[in-house]
Design a protein around this ligand. Structure first.
Ligand SMILES: Nc1ncnc2c1ncn2[C@@H]1O[C@H](COP(=O)(O)OP(=O)(O)O)[C@@H](O)[C@H]1O
Ligand SMILES: [Mg+2]
Length: 214
């Protein structure tokens, strides 16, 4: 089974990926948890390119580098793992491209759909857990993570440029649109729930899915 996690930074994806991996392993499943970009020698080099010279890459160039890295990972790692009967959990997949590059940066959604299809070699997740969080709540999590004091009138929030906040608002709207268009695949979960409750809902969905598909 291919399971993907989506949501803005701070939504709790990594937390749930770890929990789910452990849980499925305890049930005796073979589980591979992966994060993009990277995961093959070439994809790792692309990752370094994206991280190192990030500022010099145009949006379209960035899009295609992510796509190239994804194509490598799908063909060399994800597909073989699924074929051998493993479960694969991905911390972000093509919905991130649609939400960030499409809704966030304004690239053409039709073009993105085509590139996503090519990059993922037609592979579609069995289920996608979208952890829904407002950018404001994500910011507060970040502040509390670093134990920084956060007050709305002290200027701490203002420092995050408004355009930054607007960008994440568009990304979140994008995720809502994706969820609305793919109700059979995407499960939206309120990211403000406790980690344990989120995990419970994830397992509930997976059990229902397994019953349905046998
Ligand atoms: N359900 C939750 N409720 C409150 N805090 C959470 C929850 N899930 C994760 N966190 C905390 O929020 C921060 C971001 O979580 P993380 O899993 O790294 O998110 P992501 O991978 O989506 O960026 C971490 O400090 C984590 O401990
Ligand atoms: Mg993470």
């Amino acid at each position: 089974m291919l399971i993907t996690f989506e949501g803005i930074d701070g939504a709790g994806k990594s937390t749930q990926v770890m929990k789910l991996k452990r849980h499925l392993q305890e049930r005796g499943r073979e589980v591979l948890a992966l994060r993009e970009p990277g995961g093959t020698p070439v994809a790792e080099e692309i990752r370094e390119l994206l991280l190192e010279s990030r500022n010099d890459i145009t949006p379209v160039g960035e899009l295609l580098l992510f796509a190239a890295s994804r194509a490598e990972l799908v063909q060399q790692v994800i597909r073989p793992a699924l074929e051998s009967g493993s479960d694969v959990i991905l911390d972000r997949f093509f919905d991130s491209t649609t939400a960030y590059q499409g809704y966030g940066r304004g690239l053409d959604l039709g073009m993105l759909a085509e590139i996503n299809r090519i990059a993922s070699c037609g592979l579609v997740p069995d289920v996608t857990f979208y952890l829904d969080l407002t950018p404001e709540d994500a910011l507060m999590r970040k502040f509390s993570e670093k134990s920084l004091p956060l007050t709305f009138d002290s200027g701490e929030l203002d420092r995050m440029e408004n355009s930054g906040l607007d960008f994440y608002r568009r990304v979140r709207e994008g995720y809502h649109a994706i969820s609305g268009k793919n109700p059979e695949r995407v499960v939206m979960i309120d990211a403000l729930l406790s980690p344990a409750e989120i995990q419970r809902r994830i397992m509930e969905s997976l059990d229902a899915l397994c019953t349905k598909t046998g």
